[in-house]
Design a protein around this ligand. Structure first.
Ligand code: MGD
Ligand code: MGD
Ligand code: SF4
Ligand code: MO
Length: 719
């Protein structure tokens, strides 16, 4: 393919936000990416690119990608014009709401929603739909972090990130940044930054039930039994207080609850934690001393702690560990970014329990209910039963627990609308699919991930390829649907005018930049940042290392750190007892099911790129040799994995990388289902692990799915 242009572009595929340089070919219809490489001039990405970034053009050129709206007909999908598709979508939703009430429509927002700044128009659509049954991927992901940040720091989006570039000691709990490239820790060149920590004499310690890619590269790896981290973390704190290693430093003036934390953990000695966690007492003591004695240490937790029954308590303990050792808001500890487009300033801080789900009575958080309620809300008759669904950029059939039940429930709905680029395991149930322009056909600004970045930068990218005239941007789809749904014409006009003034989504970015901490309105920061300045800086603008932000950035009413937030403190002791009792009661014939990620994956939706699905055992189960022997299965053989809610068959890889008693199976596979429009993915094999994960297992405080707590039986399958 000839190269007709070379352009700069932020990678939208994961949280790392790497700056890329793309060689493109405009001679083919719609344009194509010929090659992608890391942008050496990007202060965040520092020239990094991963295999997904290298394949960034595959989605754009994918013949399976929908390029016009389609509607379901008895003989298959039929293309329809946009206006007709939008009318149909809005009419269907409105009809259901008129007959059964607003809550009869449920909404699910998937992960790529956050990777498009078009989502800044979503609040308009959500307002128009007006349902209490709003769900998203957040409750299979980071909701515990949001609850902790809301309760302790006063805003769900104030999430401290490890200051990777200056830390001497990084304690990683349940995260595998060498596969995921970092999460709630946008670091661009994540592998390089981790390498640098060790190169400058720092230490990386990994606590995980599996010796991960990250663990292999760390100074120390400590296996920990799934779901028991709160006990381990409490014991680390117990040692720190007991040995007088607590030293919050100047932070102490701004923190409430230090004594409360000491009191809570006082009885959680390393000896008490050792049995359930599988980590011996002397190791716990040493881990605590190492962390507390490092000049600049950062404790960081991610999916592994979020997918637990006591995820909020676990996440709070990690924050407490940082606070008690004086590492919150300190260079080299965990810090709060100063994003040019400041979500914290623009959104409300969070709220909890203003309503509850109809069937299970689970509390909302920040306007959302846990996604695990969805299937029950659709299948349980009664007032308020969900009869229609709107999905944006999500594939909950593969990505949420008990996905097979959701699959069945979606098939029985009165009406479904999907805003997506493909006919997926989920969207195949829709009556109408509205595909917005592809990511490379829109401009890009990370309205969310700059808020989580380990270095303050700002980068805006223009579209790589022009959007076809007849196509719509996601924000246009949100706005067009919203306008059709507002029943009060006056209201629609007022809102249309308000958004009309904004012209397009980049005007919103400009507005945000102007009023943000580096914007024209805040010249005190040496700023004056604007969209024009970003347009002129294709590699982005470097705003420097993270800066101390406390107490000013706190959003608690008294601008203090509330480590003693009652919601969490009250849950602490029962959580400890529950973890101990469960560990003692785990039947011998069961394994704990955990997940994993692969550097060439992206949840469920990048398996249609041939170069990304290659390789042995991508969807296989990992099993310890002792368990393989115990259950009579061989490396390369197949097993049936059964839980209380379902069963799947998968290939097995026997490896002592995974702890005895634990089985690791990645999510997002199992595409070979009737009608799925992903031809490469459908042929890639594998099963969906979420057909066995149990939607009733939740972290009570956040409603997050406890995906790492499902107990399974395994049995060999005859070849
Ligand atoms: N067992 C288990 N399950 C898990 C996890 C786990 O660790 N273990 N992880 C969980 C986590 S952290 C997450 S975030 C979720 C993800 O869960 P989801 O967000 O539900 O699923 P994805 O696989 O990300 O699917 C994204 C969908 O968006 C579509 N899409 C891609 N780009 C765009 C776009 O620009 N616009 C639109 N409209 N659509 C687009 C894709 O075609 C795809 O259908 O999975 C969760 N599920
Ligand atoms: N290549 C790739 N990158 C991705 C994604 C992807 O699918 N593929 N998904 C993106 C998304 S949506 C997210 S949210 C991030 C997630 O980013 P990470 O959290 O870094 O992702 P994982 O690789 O799932 O790491 C979770 C780790 O927790 C461990 N674990 C499981 N249970 C427990 C437990 O009980 N205790 C402890 N201590 N550890 C446990 C697992 O073994 C695993 O190593 O990755 C993002 N980046
Ligand atoms: S690490 Fe993430 S942002 Fe960077 S190139 Fe890979 S997918 Fe893109
Ligand atoms: Mo995620």
């Amino acid at each position: 393919m000839p190269i007709t242009r070379t352009v700069h572009r932020t990678c939208h595929l994961c949280e790392a936000m790497c700056g890329l340089v793309l060689d493109v070919d405009d001679t083919v219809a719609g344009g194509a990416v010929v090659a992608a490489r890391g942008d050496q001039n990007d202060a965040l990405g520092r020239g990094h690119i991963c295999p997904k970034g290298a394949a960034i053009g595959d989605g754009h050129s994918d013949p399976d990608r929908l390029r016009h709206p389609v509607r379901r007909t008895p003989t298959g999908w039929a293309p329809i014009p946009w206006e007709e598709a939008l009318d149909m979508a809005a009419d269907g939703l409105r009809r259901v709401q008129e007959q059964y009430g607003k809550d009869a429509v449920a909404v699910y927002l998937g992960n790529p929603t956050v990777h498009s700044h078009g989502s800044l128009f979503l609040p308009l659509l959500l307002k128009a739909v007006g349902t209490h049954n709003l769900t998203s991927a957040s409750t299979v992901d980071q909701r515990p972090h949001e609850v902790v940040s809301w309760a302790v720091l006063g805003h769900s989006a104030l999430i401290p990130v490890p200051d990777l570039d200056r830390t001497d000691h990084l304690l990683i709990i349940g995260a595998n940044p060498l596969a995921s490239n970092g999460s709630l820790m946008t670091a661009g060149d994540t592998p390089g930054r981790l390498r640098d920590i060790r190169d400058r004499g720092g230490r990386i310690v990994v606590l995980d039930p599996r010796r991960t890619e990250t663990a292999h590269k760390a100074d120390e790896y400590v296996p920990v039994r799934p779901g028991t981290d709160p006990l381990l973390l409490a014991a680390l704190l117990q040692v720190i207080f007991d040995e007088g290693l607590d030293d919050p430093g100047p932070l102490a003036d701004h923190v409430d609850g230090l004594a409360e934390v000491a009191r809570l953990v006082a009885t959680i000695t390393p000896e008490r934690a050792a049995g359930p966690t599988g980590v011996d007492a002397s190791t716990i003591r040493r881990l605590a001393r190492d962390f507390a004695s490092a000049d600049r240490a950062a404790a960081y937790c991610r999916i592994g702690t979020s997918h637990q029954r006591h995820a909020t308590v676990a996440t709070w303990l990690v924050l407490a560990l940082n606070v008690v050792t004086g590492n919150l808001d300190r260079a080299g500890g965990v810090m709060l970014p100063t994003p040019a487009f400041d979500l914290v300033a623009m959104t409300s801080g969070g709220a909890r329990g203003r309503w509850a789900s109809r069937v299970l009575g689970l509390p909302e958080f920040g306007g959302e209910l846990p996604v695990s309620i969805l299937a029950d809300e659709m299948t349980t008759p009664g007032d308020g039963q969900v009869r229609a669904v709107l999905v944006n950029a999500g594939n909950p059939v593969l990505s949420t627990p008990g996905g097979h039940r959701l699959d069945e429930a979606l098939a029985d709905l009165d009406f479904m609308v999907a805003i997506d680029l493909y006919v997926t395991e989920t969207t195949r149930h829709a009556d109408v699919i509205l595909p917005p322009v592809g990511a490379l056909e829109r401009s890009h600004y990370d309205h969310a991930f700059h808020n989580l970045a380990v270095r303050n930068t700002a980068r805006w990218s223009p579209p790589v390829f022009p959007a076809p005239d007849e196509q719509r941007h996601d924000w246009e789809v949100f706005a067009d649907l919203a306008m059709r749904l507002f029943r009060d014409p006056d209201r629609a006009t007022t809102i249309a005018r308000r958004y009309g003034d904004v012209a397009d989504v980049d005007a919103l970015v400009e507005l945000g930049l102007q009023v943000g901490p580096w914007g024209a309105a805040s010249t005190g920061n040496g700023g004056g940042l604007s969209l024009d300045r970003l347009r002129a800086a294709p590699s982005g603008i470097d705003l420097g290392p993270l800066q101390p932000q406390l107490p000013q950035r706190l959003r608690t009413p008294d601008q203090r750190v509330h480590l003693n937030a009652a919601l969490i403190v009250d849950a602490f002791a029962p959580a400890m007892v529950d973890i101990e009792q469960r560990a003692a009661a785990q039947p011998d014939d069961r394994l704990v099911l955990i997940g994993r990620r692969h550097v060439r994956s992206n949840n469920s939706w990048m398996h249609n790129s041939p170069r990304l699905v290659r390789g042995r055992g991508r969807s296989a189960a990992l099993l310890h040799p002792d368990d393989a022997k115990r259950f009579d299965v061989a490396d390369g053989g197949r097993i049936r994995v059964t839980s209380d809610v379902g069963a799947i068959e998968v290939e097995v890889i026997v490896t002592d990388d995974v702890m005895p008693g634990v089985i690791s199976i990645p999510h997002g596979w199992g595409h070979a289902r009737e009608g799925v429009g992903w031809s490469v993915a459908a042929a890639a094999g594998g099963a969906s692990v979420n057909d066995v994960t149990d939607p009733t297992l939740l972290d009570d405080l956040s409603g997050n799915a406890a995906l790492s707590e499902t107990l399974v039986r395994i049995a060999p399958v005859a070849p």
